[in-house]
Design a protein around this ligand. Sequence first.
Ligand code: NDP
Length: 275
Amino acid sequence: MQRIPAVGLGTWQAAPGEVTEAVKLAIDAGYRHFDCAYLYHNESEVGAGIQCKIKEGVVKREDLFIVSKLWCTSHKKSLVKAACTKSLKALKLDYLDLYLIHWPMGFKAMEDLVVTGLVKAIGVSNFNHEQLERLLNKPNLRFKPMTNQIECHPYLTQKDLIRFCQARDVSVTAYRPLGGSSEGVDLLDDPVIQRVARKYNKSPAQILLRFQIQRNVIVIPKSVTPKRILENIQVFDFELSEQDMNDILGLDRNFRMCSLPIAKNHKDYPFNIDY
Ligand code: NDP
């Protein structure tokens, strides 16, 4: 099975009207992994960018690693295939490389999509370690989740959950690796990140991304800004020292930005335990 490329382009809040161009530029810059979701309401624009680059002959479908996610309104077994087909149609693809269950409130029927060939692999998102353990221990599990996509950045380093996943051969994908935007918290301005950035002559964003790559964590920074799209994939020509890695890990404050408060009382709400 194909491995997940270490850097992917995030597409949440990438507005229709700008995301097609962002995808096209990203493919030209060497991105092969795109993180999409039904919920983001822009899959057809993402698909237009992909389609354009395939038509131009810049990439073939099989060079790309396209991820989408099943939203919570389609967990019922009878709705899963239709939801997947809808995303595929919008993305103008005949299969997905990876389909994630967006939040851990059900994992039914995802496996059938692998059997039918609509998706190459399935995975999870926002699962805590107990939920993942339960899933992995299912006696009738047919396909192991390929990844657990979780919020991860220096203010939420997820050390325990990453150790847990990687020990079970489930890769980890860090969403919100740059700390996102409009949360009133600017990770890019953190003095430690700034210091390390100056030391390596890299941007703060490149330090945040490199930090994850050195932990074998996949990153999916979102950007629609050409300069940043390029910058965010130029993270393979330097290495952070152990001391700098430890200094960044030391910033952890268990600060979660994407906590889906609306689901707090759901029995499968994932963030009521330590990790
Ligand atoms: P990110 O940490 O990727 O931050 C995105 C923000 O950072 C945007 O405002 C972007 O601005 C800005 N930015 C990007 N690159 C740079 C740079 N080099 N320097 C300075 N600023 C920069 O946050 P997201 O929440 O978007 O997370 C990434 C992706 O993860 C999402 O797009 C989505 O695909 C996925 N995700 C998954 C979730 C899940 O539940 N599974 C939840 C949340 C996200 P601009 O675009 O204007 O350049």
